[in-house]
Design a binder for this molecule. Structure first.
Ligand SMILES: [Zn+2]
Length: 110
């Protein structure tokens, strides 16, 4: 049972859902039915789902990519940077800010 759950969780696809009134959204989910639900939610129409679902068209757009770190390419929980790279980038930013501060001071002395 547990194995089934994991397998289902990993099979995420991108679905492009469009509606003449609300436009197009891309959602990542396991099937077209939940894609329409997610789309309705995105449009703020969760309560109206049953009324608007008939007007939706759903297109499957392939496997959803797991978010990876844009610095080192490791898998991350959220899109952007992994925890290590976030820490490293924060450190670099602080160093840069320090250099800029020093430069400005040097300029002031002129
Ligand atoms: Zn990283």
């Amino acid at each position: 049972m547990e194995v089934m759950e994991v397998a289902a969780k990993e099979r995420l696809y991108n679905y492009e859902v469009s509606h003449p009134e609300f436009g197009v959204v891309t959602v990542q989910t396991i099937g077209p039915d939940s894609a329409t639900l997610l789309a309705a939610e995105r449009w703020g129409q969760k309560e109206n789902w049953k009324y608007i679902v008939g007007g939706m068209s759903v297109r499957k757009c392939g496997r959803a990519l797991e978010p990876t770190c844009r610095r080192c390419g490791k898998r991350t929980a959220e899109p952007g940077l992994c925890r290590d790279c976030r820490a490293a980038e924060e450190f670099t930013r602080r160093q840069m800010a320090d250099i800029q501060t020093r430069d400005r001071r040097a300029g002031m002395r002129r």
